[in-house]
Design a binder for this molecule. Structure first.
Ligand code: UDP
Length: 322
């Protein structure tokens, strides 16, 4: 069934890929984005772009009658969340609550929310299930967890059909849509910047973790597989329920393994230097995504790290040539 949807943050990395996939599936999409970190030219053709605040602009559109909202717009820099927490409590939490209120007022039935593995903090066991304790180690994760709690109570009280998707490490690109952050902090795009010559070397944040090679381990998931989960979440969302799903491949790769894969993909030597640990970084974050597989029928199709990095590299080269 074709749905009429609002995608907040649809000019950003994950939001633009999801928008492209929603349009391909025949849905109608209005993107709401303030373009603070997103790019107008990243909004897929076929989606209408409304420039504005995720809560205010969405509130004024909802009267047109929408079947649901996918809420991607957020502040997402861990370091900044520690130095400027107000930006995260207001920008993420207050905005989300105002959005929930607007949806309630207009009777908008469905919400899919971008949550994060950062809601769990330092895990007690691995892989991480949705039943694991949530003890975020940074304000970014705390702000996303607070929103998850708000969604649970709005769903129960007001009949909203809601799904939160907890992303592990999103990477790769889909067609012309990929990662274009002005302030880049993520490992794979930073390593690829060394391969293009835009950066001299990559820093390895910590070599003294209790892992096989001493560097931190993460679960990298292809952005297109992640987007597919959003489409399935929209289909499976049930009125009055808030479901939470982890999205990852269930396999961890160390920082050194990621750099090595980037060397193989790009053919560049990619010099690396060991630096101190980054504050708040857990040693290992790997997802158990059985719940998403069982309930949603989600099956990641691009789990291979070489393929994920190859897609990111193709996108990086394509952007440079443009
Ligand atoms: N990392 C690194 N050097 C960098 C950027 C990241 O060693 O220049 C490490 C970081 O400490 C973490 C992993 O790479 O262990 C993934 O970091 P990223 O910022 O990509 O994602 P996060 O896991 O923080 O969401």
């Amino acid at each position: 069934m074709a749905l009429k949807l609002i995608v907040t943050g649809g000019a950003g990395y994950v939001g633009s890929v999801c928008t492209a996939k929603l349009l391909e599936a025949g849905h109608e999409v209005v993107v709401v984005d303030d373009l603070s970190t997103g790019h107008a030219d990243a909004v897929p053709d076929g989606a209408r772009l409304v420039e504005g605040d995720a809560a205010d602009a969405t509130a004024s559109l909802l009267g047109e009658g929408f079947d649901g909202v996918l809420h991607f717009a957020a502040k997402s820099l861990v370091g900044e969340s520690m130095s400027d927490p107000g930006k995260y409590w207001h920008g993420n939490v207050v905005t989300a609550i105002r959005l929930l209120d607007a949806m309630r007022e207009h009777g908008t039935p469905r919400l899919v929310f971008s949550s994060t593995a950062a809601t769990y903090g330092e895990p007690e066991s691995s892989p991480i299930r949705e039943t694991a304790p949530t003890r975020p180690t940074n304000t970014y994760g705390a702000s996303k967890l607070a929103i998850d709690h708000a969604i649970t109570s709005y769903a129960r009280a007001h009949g909203l059909a809601a799904v939160s998707l907890r992303y592990f490490n999103v990477a790769g690109a889909y067609g012309q849509y990929g990662e274009r952050h002005t302030t880049e902090t993520h490992l794979i795009p930073l390593v690829l910047q060394v391969a293009t010559g835009d950066r001299e070397q990559v820093q390895i944040f910590g070599e003294d973790y209790p892992t096989e090679d001493g560097t931190a381990v993460r679960d990298y998931i292809h952005v297109a597989d992640l987007a597919d989960a959003h489409l399935l979440a929209l289909q499976h969302a049930a009125a009055g329920e808030h479901r939470i799903y982890n999205l990852g491949n269930g396999t961890g790769f160390s920082v050194r393994q990621v750099i090595e894969t980037c060397r193989q993909v790009t053919g560049h030597e990619i010099p690396a230097a060991v630096a101190p640990r980054r504050a708040g970084d857990p040693a290992v974050l790997v997802a158990a995504s059985d719940r998403a597989r069982e309930d949603l029928g989600w099956k990641p199709e691009r789990a291979d790290l070489h393929g994920i990095v190859s897609d990111a590299w193709r996108f990086t080269q394509q952007r440079r040539a443009a």
